[in-house]
Design a protein around this ligand. Structure first.
Ligand SMILES: CC(C)(COP(=O)(O)OP(=O)(O)OC[C@H]1O[C@@H](n2cnc3c(N)ncnc32)[C@H](O)[C@@H]1OP(=O)(O)O)[C@@H](O)C(=O)NCCC(=O)NCCS
Length: 187
């Protein structure tokens, strides 16, 4: 069996996902880490933004796959803020946890830290929100289990995400209106 066939057969063998039972945030939370090497950085020793972005996409996707029990695709990377640099030799860790679950989409909140293992200094270097969509065997969006808070802390996190998403939806609407208006006036 060639590698592609092996991947496809693995996918067909996936068990049915029980959509009646919610999953907690803790159920799918992940942290992945990697030491930054020469190839990850520019000539000044600063790690490239694209290296961090790739780590975030890969790490946050694990959360979405674990929660949904299905393969996922990245639909949106939102508010990717680079807060401080990371350097060669730092251990970069991506801390990812589910924020919000729709019908087929899932928003994962991400915080990235850089650690100097010799001094023990840990700095927060980036944050983002990444939305994934779960796919069925025909690569179409498919429903995922609801997000069921396991405690007050998890409930508060989901509520914060719900508020932020409402605000973002309003901003999207306003931007769409500005776009329409400027198209009409030819600006
Ligand atoms: C993401 C994708 C599967 C959505 O397909 P679609 O036909 O638009 O699906 P739908 O309109 O039914 O939307 C499905 C869900 O995705 C959400 N969604 C779609 N586009 C989105 C976007 N840009 N940002 C956030 N959410 C999005 C919808 O809100 C919906 O959520 P819900 O089911 O929780 O309510 C499709 O646009 C796609 O394949 N994009 C390319 C993905 C990709 O190649 N990523 C990079 C490599 S992994």
């Amino acid at each position: 069996m060639d590698p592609l066939e092996r991947i496809q057969s693995r996918r067909r063998a996936l068990p049915e996902v029980d959509l009646t039972h919610g999953r907690s945030i803790a159920y799918s939370r992940y942290t992945t880490s990697r030491i930054m090497e020469l190839m990850d950085a520019n000539g000044h020793g600063n790690v490239h933004g694209g290296v961090i972005l790739r780590m975030v996409d890969e790490s946050a996707a694990l959360v979405a796959m674990k929660h949904g029990g299905r393969p996922v695709v990245t639909a949106r990377i939102e508010r990717f803020d680079f807060l401080a640099p990371a350097y060669i030799g730092n251990v970069v860790s991506v801390h990812s946890a589910m924020n919000y679950v729709g019908r087929t989409s899932m928003e994962v909140g991400v915080e990235v830290t850089a650690e100097d293992v010799l001094t023990g200094e840990v700095r927060k270097i980036a944050s983002s929100y990444v939305t994934y969509v779960a796919l069925d065997d025909n690569n179409r969006p498919t429903p995922v289990p609801p997000l069921a808070p396991a405690n007050e802390e998890e409930a508060a996190r989901i509520e914060r995400a719900r508020h932020r998403r409402m605000h973002m939806a309003k901003i999207d609407e306003e931007l769409a209106k500005v776009q329409r208006d400027t198209e009409i006036t030819g600006l």
